[in-house]
Design a protein around this ligand. Sequence first.
Ligand code: AR6
Length: 179
Amino acid sequence: MIVQFGSARIELVLGDITVQRVDVIVNAANAQLAGGGGVDGAIHLAAGPEIMEELQRRYPDGCPTGSAVVTSGGNLHSRYVFHAVGPIWQGGGIKESGLLESAYQICLSLAEKHTCRTLAFPSISTGVYRYPVDLAAEIALRTVAVKLETSDQLDLVRFVLFDQGTFGSYARVLETMLI
Ligand code: AR6
């Protein structure tokens, strides 16, 4: 599914983010930047040990929730990996939505700063961190669409969704944004 926003487009694909050929791949990391399972494990496995060494050297204090840090792409097809830290879902009462929005916003700003034109996101926080996927999809897609309306820098934001249920949630939300 592809939708035009301003001069750029949002694409939804079902698949594995580690094989995407884009300027930057976003990782769903933890605040310690310590690696883990899910998309984080897959990215580190595919990228090789270089990006973990870079994380430890450049960001020994980790990264706050709602923010993101940059490394090279290691063995991936991308120039950079942005390691974004989404919130752990705890019922919605601890400003999870603002933190998730901020994680996406910071990645979009970093993409502009590093002159990236194409970017791939996973569905941040909706795995181990248990954020309800319908709510997370709204925040992710709205935040990206607002940015694309005014960005000359970005050409493509691709959401790479790992299972049919997550893809379906994002597709339903994106359809409502067209009306
Ligand atoms: N490509 C795209 N999406 C993927 C891939 C992949 N290769 N593998 C998994 N997903 P999660 P979180 C999907 O748990 O909820 C880690 O241990 C997955 O199906 O990876 O933000 C970190 O170290 C789900 O839809 O990230 C943190 O400790 C989505 O990616 C913690 O998990 C996000 O699931 C972060 O939890």
